[in-house]
Ligand binder design. Structure first.
Ligand code: GCU
Length: 454
């Protein structure tokens, strides 16, 4: 009890430090100690209308009205008030091929590319691992250490699935050629156990499946772009530092900085002739699913956006206060979003927006939301509810194949103009999820003409 009081007092004081005006303007704020998992205890709430600009105005009646009259204002709220601003495009970008070779028995080409961004106050580099279908493969060459440019390019380019990873490119598969890197950990120290992580997360990255279906896959470890911990040191070790003091000190969450890294990865993919940069599927899981949703909303070069088990401040409606809430999230990982948005802890009903409006910013590009049945922390039902609400904007664009709450059924994926599935099991991203994402992407890319299956 004493501890609870102390926690409350500490939170109250820290909230006061930066959110006092907003706090006193809404004295009804309450902090939840425990997550709620009982549907009967979900508070009554009213969602902001996805067709109108928060604060008023007639609802958009056409796609054009929504694009011109609602979208820009919504985008501004998400960037300016909730997550923080995505840092600017850097002055200079450089892509250096560090290594390349055949992988997966010659079925794929591996490329490891160092992306270096520089601006007024310095530079930052991070490494992208890319597997590209060999298109037919040349098993004889499997294991060959280098691939010369032109050795493999046969005039084909491939759609690509792009996603950030948690523990290093080398953790995503057991390919011994993937460079091992160390990262700044949450204690502010460099990890020193990189090599032991090789392949540890390979269940989340079914590269061979993607390659066999004609998709290239690109990944970067998110910690290279922004270390995942609070405070100044994290900011100064991140991409923010290259822009100088003003931006490094700005109230910007890490999600917009990871987003900035995704945009640089897209810049790089656009420069590769083996990649069809009009067919980028941007994917993310968990905090990186919050990031893929926000990044997909901000960078319209993502042709298809996939957000997997992204929950609070990802796909789930904040107003439901089911599972992880904004208040709970802001305790350990409040640095993911803007500090000023912490003012809505415990009083999400006063937020100017909710997550269905972030989803709507992806429209009319296809969006896929994936939940897991046992992932109550992420509020699977709230994730589908947000998508159903966001679908009103897709309908303005003429979409007719849209989900309803009847699609809240285990392993009966809904594949329409937007997509949804509820995988059986826990918080994770598995082959089942990837297969559905690729079915969805195939359907859209084929409909748009030119999608290919190998
Ligand atoms: C925590 C956090 C979630 C997040 C997840 C993750 O569980 O509370 O919001 O999605 O970590 O990213 O792994």
């Amino acid at each position: 009890m004493l501890e609870k009081k102390f926690n409350f007092a500490a939170r109250f004081l820290s909230a006061l430090a930066w959110a006092a005006p907003a706090f006193f303007a809404f004295p009804g704020a309450s902090f939840a100690d425990e997550p709620n998992y009982d549907e009967a205890k979900v508070p009554k709430y009213e969602l902001p209308d996805v067709l109108s600009l928060p604060g008023g105005g007639a609802p958009a009646g056409t796609a054009l009205e929504w694009l011109c009259g609602v979208r820009p204002g919504l985008r501004e709220i998400f960037e300016g008030e909730i997550y923080g601003r995505v840092p600017p495009r850097p002055d200079k970008l450089d892509f250096k091929l560090l290594e390349s070779g055949y992988a997966f028995g010659g079925k794929a080409i591996r490329k490891q590319i160092r992306i270096t961004a520089s601006d007024a106050a310095g530079e930052i580099s991070f490494d992208m691992l890319l597997y590209i279908p060999k298109d037919g493969g040349d098993a004889k060459k499997a294991g060959s250490p280098r691939v010369a440019e032109g050795d493999f390019f046969n005039g084909k380019n491939f759609p690509v699935i792009l996603g950030l990873n948690f523990e290093g490119n080398h953790a995503t598969c057991s390919d011994a050629n993937v460079i091992v890197k160390e990262f700044l950990r949450s204690n502010g120290k460099m990890s020193a156990d990189g090599a032991s992580k090789r392949g540890k997360k390979s269940r989340r990255w079914p590269y061979e499946l993607a390659i066999s279906r004609g998709y290239a896959v690109a990944t970067i470890c998110y910690l290279e772009i922004y270390p995942d911990f609070k405070g100044d040191l994290a900011k100064r070790a991140s991409a923010l530092k290259i822009f100088g003091e003003e931006i490094a000190a700005s109230d910007c969450g890490s999600i917009p900085v990871w987003t900035w890294g995704i945009s640089r990865a897209i810049d790089c993919l656009e420069s590769l002739r083996e990649i069809d940069a009009k067919k980028i599927v941007l994917l993310g899981h968990s905090r990186l699913g919050k990031t893929s949703l926000f990044a997909g909303a901000m960078d319209e070069r993502a042709a298809i956006v996939v957000t997997n088990n992204s929950g609070c401040m990802g796909s789930a409606l904040s107003r439901r206060k089911f599972g992880e809430t904004l208040d709970i999230m802001c305790g350990p990982v409040g640095h993911w979003i803007k500090k000023s948005a912490h003012a809505y802890r415990g009083r999400e009903e006063f937020m100017p927006v909710d997550q269905h409006q972030l989803m709507a910013l992806v429209a009319p590009r296809p969006l896929y939301v994936a939940s897991a049945s046992e992932d109550l922390w992420a509020d699977p039902k709230g994730e589908l509810m947000a998508l159903v609400e966001a679908s009103k904007v897709y309908a303005l664009f003429g979409a007719r194949a849209l989900p309803s709450m009847e699609n809240f059924e285990i392993e009966k994926p809904f594949m329409g103009d937007v997509g949804y599935h509820l995988r059986r099991g826990k918080h994770d991203i598995l082959e089942y999820d990837w297969s559905n994402f690729m079915d969805f992407a195939d359907a859209h890319f084929n409909a748009a003409g030119g999608g290919k299956k190998n």
